[in-house]
Ligand binder design. Structure first.
Ligand SMILES: [Zn+2]
Length: 315
């Protein structure tokens, strides 16, 4: 999720105040629910899902083991221990649940670009057709199709009760399928992007959430752990992104494992936004973060070039 700061809203370098809100907890709760489902053989997931899930546990386990050799298995197990130590056991279950879902979705669900819902209410119909697509090379293949099921416009302001800040957008995971991105009246672009009615940074930030170590459809289990640990490494580095503004430390990293994990999630979404929004500036100022996103962006699309002059051009 992303909250909009009032100051200099188009400048990604500005200090953005973002804290988890009551709505953030909704999405958190649904994640926790799914994770319990994983641990308990999906007893909590109702209906036909139960049968399917329990019946497939063995298939999933054999998929994981067949994709590993002795060495990568040992490495993955070590990373699991490290992640438990840093972020807590629940994060490992959450990631395993994400990998489980991704495996079956890759097999059975067609990769489609998202349904755009209610965009005409905002007058964003045309723009959203251009923004949430891989067609114009703005995003690598596999960044949108299959990763976002729906983009839904809610015709109201969304203000966090606690911090009183406007929530720019958010990603909510459902029980099955790709997540929904919600955008609001306050996702409106202000000032210096007159031709683009929606705040692009919000779009790019939320797409980052839709492609993280838990939600991405394409990574294997070890790659998920690698990504989270790389982000942890970045957030702990002296040259970490936004370090000056201390956004992560002020808003998330409060000494608890949950806070640290939230900080890592937001850090990843922010460096994705930095990379896609203004790659030239981002590579100059934040090379290590640039390289991290670039590596993952190219994973499914090795020829993707963030500096391609044709990128984002549309009729
Ligand atoms: Zn966020």
């Amino acid at each position: 999720m992303e909250k909009l700061s009032n100051e200099n809203p188009e400048n990604i370098e500005s200090k953005e105040d973002a804290v988890e809100s009551s709505l953030g907890q909704i999405s958190q709760c649904s994640q926790r629910w799914l994770q319990l489902g994983f641990a308990a053989g999906a007893l909590l997931v109702g209906g036909a899902g139960i049968e399917r899930r329990m019946g497939n546990e063995a298939e999933y386990a054999s998929h994981v083991s067949s994709s590993e050799n002795e060495k990568s298995h040992a490495e993955r197990k070590n990373e699991e221990i490290e992640i438990k130590k840093i972020f807590g056991d629940s994060v490992v279950f959450e990631i395993q649940d994400g990998d489980y879902r991704a495996y079956f979705e890759r097999k059975s669900v067609e990769r489609l670009e998202p349904n755009l819902v209610n965009m005409n209410a905002a007058g964003w119909e045309r723009f959203s057709n251009e923004a949430f697509t891989e067609k114009y090379l703005e995003y690598p293949k596999g960044w949108i199709a299959g990763e976002v099921g729906e983009v839904k416009y809610i015709d109201s302001m969304n203000i966090d009760i606690e911090s009183k800040r406007k929530i720019g957008g958010e990603v909510v995971n459902g029980i099955i399928g790709a997540p929904t991105i919600f955008v609001y009246r306050n996702t409106q672009s202000v000032g210096n992007e007159p031709l683009i009615p929606i705040k692009r940074e919000v779009v790019m930030h939320e797409l980052g959430h839709a492609n993280d170590w838990k939600t991405d459809r394409d990574l294997n289990l070890k790659e998920r752990y690698d990504l989270l640990l790389s982000v942890y490494n970045r957030i702990s580095s002296p040259d970490s992104y936004h370090r000056d503004g201390d956004r992560y430390y002020e808003n998330y990293i409060d000494g608890t494992q949950e806070g640290l994990y939230q900080g890592a999630r937001e850090y990843w979404a922010d460096i994705c936004a930095g990379y896609f929004l203004n790659p030239q500036k981002f590579i100059e100022k934040h090379l290590a973060d640039f390289n991290l996103v670039d590596t993952y962006a190219k994973k499914n699309d090795p020829t993707f070039d963030i500096f391609n002059p044709e990128r984002g051009k549309h009729p």
